[in-house]
Design a protein around this ligand. Structure first.
Ligand code: CAA
Length: 240
């Protein structure tokens, strides 16, 4: 049986690697994106994976987007809540807008997308939901009260929803990536990033594919007994 997966923020960075890994695992993948049409077109040309545009922070857009994927590709069995943004700054400089954008996208997006696909998973008695948290949701990070709060919320969301999904055949897990070599991490000031990398025991940034392999495992048929868990993939930077 070919499973259908939605990967939010699935055309760039960690999301791109996840989309490709799930496709390579035999799934039909819909890669959601919010803004960058050019990168999405390039992604589809390179990978052959369909890209769908909607804002995960918008509840109605998630309902419509998921319905469009189901109509075109089939019922959605797998959801990877990967879409995330940063608006870093110390609290003295952080505006309400910076707080709200991060909460709406990173945490609100998980709720909006789960609401869109969970009923179908319940009806078909099978589902896989993987939420991408962060080391900074586990440990906190200077300059990220918004992002750390949202990612920490994702870990709570995962544990709560896993309890609701367990008897329905729906597993819900999280991955907590450390610092991965993506555009998001490249935006950290170089002198700050250098200090962060110096604290990673394996001595380097992670690769997006190293996160994607974990996601592919959690989405597999064989992972049915794994639920409510958080897999940290961070080069030993934080042990939780
Ligand atoms: N601990 C203590 N002090 C720190 C600090 C830290 N970790 N980082 C910065 N500071 C201090 C600086 O030394 C500086 O002190 P002085 O004023 O005494 O010189 C002060 O904080 C900086 O204050 P600013 O007013 O310049 O701060 P700002 O509001 O402009 O914010 C910052 C700066 C955004 C925090 C910047 O340092 C930064 O980008 N830090 C990196 C944040 C980070 O790691 N983001 C992760 C992005 S990737 C990601 O999130 C993916 C993932 O899941 C891992």
């Amino acid at each position: 049986m070919t499973r259908v997966a939605i990967v939010t923020g699935g055309t760039r960075g960690i999301g791109e690697a996840i989309s490709v890994a799930l496709r390579d695992a035999g799934m039909t993948v819909a890669a959601n994106y919010a803004g960058n049409d050019e990168r999405a077109r390039d992604f589809t040309q390179r990978t052959g994976i369909a890209a769908y545009k909607w804002d995960v922070g918008d509840y109605d857009a998630c309902q419509d987007g998921a319905a469009r994927v189901a109509a075109e590709l089939g019922p959605v069995d797998v959801l990877v809540n990967n879409a995330g943004i940063t608006r870093d700054g110390t609290i003295l400089k952080m505006t309400y807008q910076m707080w709200k954008e991060v909460m709406d996208t990173n945490l609100g997006g998980c709720f909006n997308m789960a609401k869109a696909v969970f009923p179908g998973m319940r009806d078909r008695k099978w589902g896989r939901i993987v939420n991408i948290g962060s080391i900074n949701g586990q440990a906190g990070q200077y300059g990220q009260v918004n992002y750390a709060a949202a990612k920490s919320g994702i870990h709570g969301f995962t544990k709560a929803l896993s309890q609701e999904g367990a008897k329905l055949g729906v597993t819900v897990n999280a991955i907590a990536p450390g610092y991965i070599d993506t555009d998001m991490v490249a935006a950290v000031p170089p002198e700050v990033l250098e200090k962060i990398v110096a604290k990673i025991p394996v001595g380097r940034l992670g690769q997006a594919q190293e996160i994607a392999r974990g996601v592919a495992f959690l989405c597999s048929e064989e992972a049915g007994f794994v639920t409510g868990s958080t897999l940290s993939i961070n080069g030993g930077q934080h042990m939780y």
